[in-house]
Design a protein around this ligand. Structure first.
Ligand code: GDP
Ligand code: CA
Length: 315
């Protein structure tokens, strides 16, 4: 099959984002595909710089991800964690032995003053990922979760407290003053289509959209801008998207996501199960595509990617 040679840009978080990114990577020529990834989840732990969404995207594109967990590497072992537990007891953030290699190298290279883009590029190259994967910005942005009992750092909320606290607001600390890199801006400017992966609209897409320049560059782009709903029948396939939207008094449905993102979109993809919402989404001024959007294996990832690009007029 000849691969697509128009320029495809995708915005992604972790699990939902990486699945569609994988599908796109099978049908788009690598030099024409750029995945821009949320870094609002980044944090430091045990002296290591950890970028959960970038890692999920890189591992998935390289085919070494663990599909059971949605994070980390397959065939993982946990010797370091067991040894660490002897020193400090159980820790709340799991770091597998293989996964650790990524964090050690990223941290070392960042300390050696290589840029975040260069470090990501090298990790990808050595994993055999051929398309371009870019952190949304090279400057620090940290998602902060406001709850009834105070503000939490994202990983504390997400991993340590398992998303249990009721959320009253979200803040992307640093985003206001952060810039998308030159590479990010130029990928968006040169794009023929921009795909918003079925990622959490609040925790994964919003930090990217919170970069003021990113919003401006997206608004200026004439490319079709197509999002895929992460909610099907009002539920997330994984993670806290539906719970969060409910706590923030949003409409917890595909239409609710479309409404939330409508200013940056031209089209919206929903699942067959939500067919009844098509008209409401069209009424928001968006073109709609109704299709199967549950990506259970590599074939369905590719299939969805193909349908989205065809819907956007890319072939
Ligand atoms: P995270 O950073 O690991 O939380 O991952 P993302 O933000 O990229 O994706 C989380 C969202 O992906 C959840 O809201 C899920 O409902 C959605 N998701 C996961 N798998 C699928 C899928 O196969 N199809 C669709 N439409 N959404 C999915
Ligand atoms: Ca994430």
């Amino acid at each position: 099959m000849t691969k697509i040679t128009q320029n495809v840009v995708a915005l992604a978080g972790g699990v939902g984002g990486s699945k569609l990114a994988y599908g796109l990577a099978q049908i788009v020529a690598p030099e024409h595909l750029t995945i821009i990834v949320n870094t609002g989840d980044d944090f430091e732990h045990l002296g290591l710089y950890i970028a959960p969404d970038l890692d999920t995207v890189m591992y998935t594109l390289a085919g070494v991800n663990n599909p059971a967990t949605g994070w980390g590497v397959k065939d993982e072992s946990w010797n370091m964690m067991a040894a660490m537990a002897r020193y400090i007891g159980p820790t709340w953030f799991q770091l597998g032995d293989r996964d650790l290699a990524t964090h050690l190298l990223r941290t070392t290279w960042l300390h050696d003053n290589y840029s975040y883009n260069q470090v990501t590029k090298e990790l990808c190259r050595r994993l055999g990922v051929r398309c371009t994967v870019l952190p949304m910005t090279e400057q620090p942005v940290r998602t902060m979760v406001q709850t009834e009992s105070g503000e939490l750092a994202f990983q504390e909320y997400f991993v340590k407290l398992k998303c249990e606290p009721v959320v009253t607001g979200l803040r992307y600390a640093g985003a206001e003053g952060a810039q998308p890199s030159r590479e990010v801006v130029s990928a968006v400017r040169q794009s023929d289509v921009i795909v918003f992966c079925p990622s959490n609209p609040l925790l994964s897409l919003d930090p990217i959209l919170a970069l003021p320049t990113m919003r401006r560059v997206l608004a200026a782009s004439r490319s079709p801008k197509i999002a895929v709903s992460p909610l099907i029948k009002g539920q997330a396939l994984k993670g806290p998207a539906a719970k969060l939207m409910k706590e923030l008094n949003m409409d917890v449905s595909a239409t609710g996501v479309a409404h939330y993102l409508r200013e940056v979109l031209t089209g919206f993809v929903i699942d067959h199960a939500d067919q009844a919402e098509e008209e409401a989404i069209t009424n928001l001024g968006l073109r709609t595509l109704v299709t199967g959007t549950v990506m259970t294996n590599n074939e369905t990832k590719v299939q969805l990617a193909q349908e989205i690009l065809a819907f956007a007029g890319i072939s």
